[in-house]
Design a protein around this ligand. Structure first.
Ligand code: HEC
Length: 132
């Protein structure tokens, strides 16, 4: 999470319009058009209810327990233990989870493609599994 925080802070200070998040351990994968700061801001609004089901580092309340905590998401090998944790798969999963995993408990939260990219970019800043 340290690295993620630093990058987010740098993006905030620099006022970057887009932040192609760089993942060294994934060979430099980035999310085209994704902006981690925008994703974080969108999460904070609570508009899509993510935090009512997930504990998300940096997002204080309500830290729901229906879904898994999202700390360390960048380092997980799989999404929901089944899908390869790659940027494109993550964006598709966030947009329509049941299309990829018909039995999933994760609902369609009606994200646009841009919103899903931004949220995914933020999720890939979450490297520390113990972050709160
Ligand atoms: C109604 C509760 C609920 C809401 C709202 C919800 N999720 Fe989920 N989410 C889940 C559940 C349950 C799972 C586990 C799904 C599975 O294993 O099939 C999950 C899985 C995930 C995963 C994969 C986690 C992992 O450990 O692999 C991510 C990432 C995720 N959700 C992000 C989000 C985001 C971002 C939002 C908001 C746009 C959101 N979720 C909204 C319940 C929810």
């Amino acid at each position: 999470m340290r690295a993620g925080r630093i990058i987010l802070a740098a993006a905030a200070v620099g006022g970057l319009a887009t932040c192609d998040y760089f993942l060294p351990e994934r060979g430099g994968a980035y999310i085209q058009g994704g902006d981690a700061m925008r994703g974080f801001a969108l999460l904070e609004t609570g508009a899509h209810g993510c935090q009512s089901c997930h504990a998300i580092p940096g997002i204080r309340a309500p830290r729901g327990v229906v879904g898994p905590p999202l700390a360390g998401m960048a380092r997980r090998g799989f999404i929901s233990g089944q899908l390869p944790n790659r940027t494109g798969v993550m964006v598709a999963f966030l947009r329509d989870p049941a299309r990829l995993l018909p039995q999933t408990g994760m609902p369609d939260t009606h994200l646009t493609l841009d919103q899903a990219r931004d949220m995914a970019a933020f999720l890939y800043t979450l490297e520390d599994p113990d972050a709160r």
